[in-house]
Ligand binder design. Structure first.
Ligand SMILES: *[C@@H]1O[C@H](CO)[C@@H](O)[C@H](O)[C@H]1NC(C)=O
Ligand SMILES: *[C@@H]1O[C@H](CO)[C@@H](O)[C@H](O)[C@H]1NC(C)=O
Ligand SMILES: *[C@@H]1O[C@H](CO)[C@@H](O)[C@H](O)[C@H]1NC(C)=O
Ligand SMILES: *[C@@H]1O[C@H](CO)[C@@H](O)[C@H](O)[C@H]1NC(C)=O
Length: 223
């Protein structure tokens, strides 16, 4: 049963990659309040079994656009927690130790409504099964394990402030690492974040305490 789902997904992915793609130009804006820049994103393609992503362009940001030889294969809604730990100095903010999130397929929702907010996408969770998990192998190695795509170990290569930088965790560009990856995924962007920021101090807590803060994000996944 599981194997046949994976095989079907692999077949569909093969079909997707075999299709020719055009390279439309898209307009990118800097994160938060900086001035506009223009750039180019690669052609996009349908996700695993779901919907046509070719009309979608990534939310505007200062992050370097996806590499021109990649295709958008999935947009996942992540829902979980950003985790932090308190050091000996309780006046200082806790430091990041990773995140844990369930992933849901948001490709169709965004394909039919490209500007849907992450919060609006939250209802996917009520009607769909999780398609995978996001977690950390160590404090600097995010991992994405997704049915039909495989496992991807990644490294953060760039970040920028979310438009509401005092409310939402940063937007990120991640590069897949060969080591530990079984998928053909090359790049993952964390965008349209909601929540997840660390408290400004560890007052009221003890050294070594874990602080978990709920967050949601869109993960735009390119293979
Ligand atoms: C731009 O955003 C930064 C934080 O992201 C803030 O400190 C700064 O005041 C903002 N500038 C303007 C002009 O809004
Ligand atoms: C960016 O694109 C807009 C139209 O999409 C254009 O008006 C503007 O001149 C461009 N800016 C640069 C720096 O290319
Ligand atoms: C992070 O928090 C989650 C709860 O959302 C917990 O299940 C997980 O074990 C925590 N991981 C670490 C490394 O603290
Ligand atoms: C503790 O952290 C605060 C906030 O970062 C800092 O101002 C203070 O100097 C630190 N205290 C010590 C003893 O390092």
């Amino acid at each position: 049963m599981h194997t046949s789902i994976v095989l079907t997904a692999a077949t569909l992915l093969y079909t997707v990659f075999a299709a020719p793609s055009r390279l439309p130009a898209h307009h990118f804006r800097r994160c938060a309040n900086e001035t506009a820049i223009n750039s180019t994103t690669p052609g996009t393609a349908p996700a695993t079994p779901s919907c046509d992503l070719s009309g979608l362009s990534q939310p505007a940001s200062t992050l370097q656009p996806p590499a021109s030889d990649t295709q958008l294969v999935l947009i996942a809604l992540g829902q979980g927690t950003q985790n932090y730990t308190c050091g000996a100095n309780l006046t200082a903010a806790p430091s990041a130790i990773g995140a844990v999130a369930q992933l849901f397929d948001a490709s169709c929702a965004l394909s039919s409504d490209p500007t849907a907010s992450t919060t609006a996408l939250g209802t996917i969770e009520e009607s769909a099964k999780s398609i995978g998990a996001h977690f950390f192998l160590d404090t600097t190695t995010p991992d994405f394990d997704i049915v039909g795509l495989g496992n991807t170990q990644a490294k953060k290569v760039e970040d920028c402030n979310a438009p509401s930088s005092t409310a939402d965790v940063k937007w990120l560009r991640l590069e897949a690492q060969a080591q530990g990856s079984t998928s053909s995924v090359k790049q993952i962007y964390r965008l349209n974040t909601v929540g997840g920021l660390a408290p400004s101090s560890c007052e009221g807590k003890a050294a070594g305490d874990i602080v978990t803060v709920k967050y949601e994000a869109q993960y735009w996944i390119y293979a």
